[in-house]
Design a protein around this ligand. Structure first.
Ligand SMILES: *[C@@H]1O[C@H](CO)[C@@H](O)[C@H](O)[C@H]1NC(C)=O
Ligand SMILES: *[C@@H]1O[C@H](CO)[C@@H](O)[C@H](O)[C@H]1NC(C)=O
Ligand SMILES: *[C@@H]1O[C@H](CO)[C@@H](O)[C@H](O)[C@H]1NC(C)=O
Ligand SMILES: *[C@@H]1O[C@H](CO)[C@@H](O)[C@H](O)[C@H]1NC(C)=O
Ligand SMILES: *[C@@H]1O[C@H](CO)[C@@H](O)[C@H](O)[C@H]1NC(C)=O
Length: 567
């Protein structure tokens, strides 16, 4: 019996955590066997939503705002009420009566068109503490525009545009929500500077008289292929910004416009930002470990994939380099002289999206195995997501490979986490226009969801269900989360986590962060439900104010998320 179970466990380990050399030998030849409950499940939500999902953001009313660009030509969705946009400088279609943005309702699986008047191509966004989405920049007539969208309970809300709001041309810039509720907008093509929303109130009285501040690091990291676009930004628990561009990274004090520290370059010397498009996450900030609470929370950044140096230029000349298959982890707060710790992914990937799942694991989804970002420059779609367990002790056991999507998701695809723990996947428009035929990878207007293995019905007995939680929470305030579960194990199996949903575009999930809440215990109510007692995040640097999704994870199985407003 013992031998049998030992053999079973060993073969289990080999199937799910094969040593790296087995991956590299077997995978390119034969695709993995698909077990729907261990490799996740794909579902087609819509064959066409009319537009290609280039940018996505989940809002706190469980609706997802999706938009692409306005100068592709007509989309496959008309604007209602005879609305049109007239743009005399649009090179494709001056009078456009189609929509380039939609609002998707998760609960009903319905969507409705929204109206954008100026070009949002390759732009950025962040959600304000009050739940309003702020979108910044774009291209052409849209590159200085800020647009907001405030969620509403009926179908009345739409975009509001603020022309000439930005001082710089923000095309391929990155945003981050700040502890004071402002948004910092960093970079953009040939913009070696940053600015804020709302605009810096001191701007007019400052010596430069400009609401924008120089950032030399962006100039220094620009190379021939411009591999410093969409810099990876993460707000650190000490209030500074981590900025990664090309191969280099810094800790930046945006208040003093001062570089505090520069880290070693990522090993290998290959670029990780657009158009070499790797991705990055701030790994979960853990306030439940001792030491946290005293204000010291360690922070670690992870960067995965990308393309070898000069890949973009080579792809333009039809030579498609194999993407990078390495990830690097760097302790950015809590270590005086950190160095990158490199790991191999089981598959190479460029243009992958990295999302933090409710369990604290990281999914790497979408993208290609060769080429780079840019029109027609991606090859060998990476259809199999991988899930990475940052907390797993054994390096070779951190990755598992998921079931392949039936659809390539190349340039201009995106992915976000949904309230119920699924991942919403859409987009892929590697062409200048909406080309549906006669091209290698036709424009994709479909919307899919990927259900990670934790959603499998086989975990139903241990899956917690949140029945009550504090709707609003202040810093360091006590919280109680009540949940029910059929088979309760022990409180050591229970964790409470909050996630700030991302604005995802171009393989980077802006603003994404997870905080593991400090918990003190679980007690059982007479009603049979369980109450977890915890303390809200300590500071706005750890968790900037706003709407978070709160999850209870029991025995590795997450509940559905519940919205909590932190202020
Ligand atoms: C465009 O929309 C129509 C329905 O409105 C649908 O039949 C068609 O397949 C869509 N085209 C694409 C390329 O998705
Ligand atoms: C949130 O704040 C912004 C900026 O001050 C404002 O424009 C917007 O109307 C507010 N939204 C809500 C829902 O109050
Ligand atoms: C893509 O669509 C545009 C606009 O409809 C058209 O001009 C162009 O020839 C198409 N490209 C290909 C490769 O079909
Ligand atoms: C959270 O909810 C619990 C239970 O209802 C309550 O005891 C506690 O005071 C609440 N905390 C805050 C900060 O309102
Ligand atoms: C949270 O911290 C407590 C106290 O240190 C510990 O007993 C518990 O196991 C921790 N929970 C998790 C999920 O790490």
């Amino acid at each position: 019996m013992f031998m049998k179970s030992l053999i079973f466990s060993l073969s289990f380990l080999l199937i799910f955590f094969p040593p790296k050399h087995i991956f590299s030998q077997l995978l390119p030849i034969s695709p993995p066997i698909i077990y729907s409950d261990t490799q996740g499940e794909w579902n087609l939500l819509h064959a066409s939503i009319g537009i290609s999902a280039m940018h996505m953001q989940l809002l706190h009313n469980n609706k997802v705002i999706i938009f692409d660009r306005t100068d592709f030509g007509p989309s496959n969705l008309s604007l209602p009420g005879g609305r049109c946009r007239y743009d005399p400088v649009d090179t494709v279609l001056q009078n456009d009566c189609t929509a380039h943005s939609i609002l998707y309702d998760i609960g009903t699986n319905q969507y409705r068109p929204l109206t954008i008047q100026t070009d949002t191509w390759c732009s950025s966004g962040a959600v304000l503490p009050n739940g309003t989405l702020v979108q910044t920049g774009g291209f052409n007539d849209g590159d200085h525009v800020v647009r907001t969208f405030s969620p509403c309970i009926d179908d009345s809300c739409d975009w509001t545009e603020f022309p000439n709001y930005l001082s710089g041309r923000r095309w391929y810039a990155t945003n981050q929500i700040l502890p004071d509720g402002r948004v910092i907008i960093v970079g953009g093509r040939r913009q070696f500077s940053y600015e804020f929303f709302p605009r810096n109130p001191q701007a007019s009285s400052s010596s430069s008289n400009s609401p924008s501040f120089d950032l030399r690091f962006l100039l220094d990291t620009r190379d021939y292929d411009e591999n410093n676009l969409y810099p990876f930004l993460h707000l650190l628990p000490d209030g500074n910004l981590f900025i990664f561009a090309n191969t280099r990274s810094i800790v930046f004090d945006y208040k003093q416009n001062r570089v505090i520290k520069e880290f070693p370059q990522i090993d290998g010397g290959d670029p990780r930002n657009y158009p070499s498009s790797g991705s990055s996450v701030l790994l979960p900030l853990d306030e439940n470990i001792s030491g946290a609470g005293a204000g010291i929370v360690e922070a670690e950044v992870m960067v995965c994939g990308g393309a070898p140096r000069w890949s973009y230029g080579q792809a333009v000349n039809k030579v498609f380099q194999r993407a990078l298959s390495t990830c690097g982890r760097l302790v950015v707060v809590g270590h005086a002289n950190p160095s990158w710790v490199m790991e191999d992914m089981p598959l190479p990937r460029v243009m992958g999206d990295m999302l933090i799942l409710p369990t604290g694991d990281v999914i790497i989804i979408n993208g290609a195995e060769s080429g780079t970002s840019g029109w027609e420059l991606g090859r060998d779609p990476a259809t199999r997501p991988i899930i990475y367990r940052p907390s797993s002790e054994i390096v070779g056991q951190r990755y598992s490979i998921m079931a392949p999507s039936p659809r390539p998701r190349l340039y201009h695809s995106s992915a976000i986490l949904l309230t119920d723990g699924r991942v919403l996947v859409g987009g892929s428009n590697p062409h200048v226009y909406y080309n549906f035929t006669d091209v290698m990878y036709p424009t994709d207007l479909s919307l899919e969801s990927f259900s990670p293995p934790y959603l499998s019905a086989k975990y139903a007995a241990v899956r917690p269900k949140i029945v009550a939680v504090n709707e609003t929470l202040g810093y360091g305030e006590k919280l109680t989360v009540s949940f029910t579960v059929s088979e309760y194990l022990s409180w050591r199996e229970v964790s409470v986590r909050i996630i700030l949903p991302s604005f995802t575009t171009h393989s980077f999930a802006m603003n994404q962060r997870m905080v593991v809440i400090k918990t003190m215990g679980v007690y059982r109510e007479a009603s049979g439900s369980y109450n977890v007692l915890g303390v809200g995040p300590s500071t706005a640097e750890i968790a900037p104010p706003g709407y978070y999704l709160l999850f209870v994870v029991h025995s590795g199985t997450p509940s559905s998320g519940v919205w909590v407003k932190i202020s």
